[in-house]
Design a protein. Structure first.
Length: 452
């Protein structure tokens, strides 16, 4: 059970690729930032690890407790994730707010001026707050994994699979790009990145495949190809990546329903889904136009909250997700009978248009981007792609999910007494996988038709 800095939830990887502008200072081999702040140089090669597989150990992450602010982290990632999900079509969708947030925060560490201000507005604070939010979630997840260890010698434990959340961040640098050492030090200190060197100019396809292999390994092959052909070319100089994998058994397994569960899709079509149910003391909440039930995974440190809008209220709740999510994940214990569909969902997104709608524009503009904290003067490099993939499977045993994000940059830039709350999820709903300390969404999605 490992928590690498750079959270990995089943099938999540985020990559940010940047392109360089005109040639400026002479090429320099970037140093390798370590957590201690020192640097080591490495000769260029097709794929050179600096050093291989460098990650931040769980203990190192926990040692940074002063930077983690759980309440701030939950609010910032709720608002960020809700803003992105609202821009998706009203169909099945899943994304990892954490993964996308982590990659953008790594880019923000090198941004200045208006580019930095736009990222700060969307990410809910300045660079130090963003790093603190990522750390707070990492610490909460690390503690959850300790709580979720399968008990030994307990005859009532039917599922002894380990609860695991693997997270990793990496940066893939061109040997031709002179990178500021303080930026590398910041990535190591705040995000525990692994540094790799790839020669984009000589063989961009080999670089793309190397990054995809890394992502596939970190997501347990749930995301085998994050970067499509053409997303990396000879002008690419740096790629920022987050990968995340999660597997978690329910604290109380569901029972598979013997008959199909009737479900009305967002378009009004009637379908029959494979259903499952669980009953017991669960946290539940109700608000204007919605009901939520939080189902814990083993140990209680991680959970999935099902957010069920009232009939005809899907669009209204979707529009208010940023304010509804904190309330939905903060219910109180009561007796609940929950019946819901099993489901699978996967999403592949190019997020640059969505980010521009949220106000993050300059980083994608070669004439306006100021990421000079990474390398060179303003407008030297800019973001060319921001891609994200996420997958999730939810059944009677638990949840498996993964996500990945990449940005490429190029040159140029109490005991109840009332009756049980009976919740039957027979219409479109939202769900969020979160830790129970910060409430920050690791995965956020919507299901409008569980049969697809």
């Amino acid at each position: 059970m490992k928590l690498h800095r750079g959270l990995a939830v089943p099938g999540l990887v985020l990559v940010l690729a940047l392109t360089a502008g005109c040639a400026g200072t002479s090429p320099a081999v970037p140093g390798t930032a370590t957590r201690g702040g020192s640097a080591q140089s490495s000769s260029a090669g097709p794929t050179t690890a600096l050093p291989a597989g460098q990650t931040k150990a769980l203990g190192a992450s926990l040692a940074r407790g002063a930077a983690g602010l759980p309440a701030t982290a939950g609010a910032a990632l709720d608002a960020f994730g809700a803003g992105l999900l609202r821009q998706q079509a009203a169909e099945n969708a899943v994304l990892s707010p954490y993964s996308i947030y982590a990659v953008l925060a790594m880019a923000r560490a090198g941004a200045k001026g208006q580019t930095a201000a736009q990222l700060d507005a969307v990410l809910g604070g300045a660079a130090a707050a963003q790093a603190g939010n990522v750390t707070a979630v990492d610490q909460a997840v690390a503690a959850a994994l300790v709580q979720g260890k399968a008990p030994t010698g307990d005859p009532t434990t039917t599922d002894t699979r380990p609860e695991a959340v693997d997270v990793a961040n990496s940066v893939w640098l061109s040997p031709a790009l002179p990178v500021h050492q303080d930026y590398l030090d910041s990535l190591s200190r705040d995000f525990g990145v692994g540094l790799y060197q790839v020669d984009y100019a000589a063989d961009p396809e080999a670089a793309r495949k190397a990054i995809n292999r890394w992502v596939s390994q970190r997501t347990h092959a749930l995301i085998p190809q994050l970067l499509a052909t053409g997303t990396v070319d000879t002008t690419t100089v740096i790629t920022l990546v987050n990968a995340m994998y999660l597997t978690a058994p329910w604290q109380t397994p569901f029972t598979v329903e013997s008959s199909p569960l009737p479900f009305t899709t967002v378009g009004g079509t009637k379908v029959s889904a494979s259903g499952m149910s669980v009953s017991g003391d669960l946290d539940a909440a109700q608000g204007s136009g919605w009901t939520s039930v939080t189902v814990p995974y083993r140990g209680g440190g991680l959970a999935m909250t099902i957010l069920l809008p009232d009939v005809g209220q899907f669009a209204a709740v979707r529009g208010a997700l940023a304010t509804v999510l904190p309330a939905a994940t903060s219910g109180s214990s009561r007796l609940v009978q929950l019946t819901m569909p099993k489901f699978k969902s996967s999403t592949s997104l190019s997020l640059a248009p969505a980010m521009e709608k949220l106000g993050v524009k300059d980083i994608f503009d070669p004439t306006a981007a100021d990421i000079s904290g990474i390398s060179g003067p303003p407008h030297r490099i800019y973001a060319t792609n921001l891609v994200h993939q996420a997958v999730i499977t939810v059944d009677e045993k638990g949840t498996e999910a993964a996500a990945a994000t990449a940005m490429t940059m190029s040159a140029g830039a109490a005991q109840p007494t009332e009756p049980p709350l009976d919740v039957t999820v027979d219409r479109p709903f939202f769900y969020v996988v979160h830790d129970t300390t910060t409430g920050a969404p690791l995965f956020l999605g919507q299901v409008t038709d569980p049969t697809k």
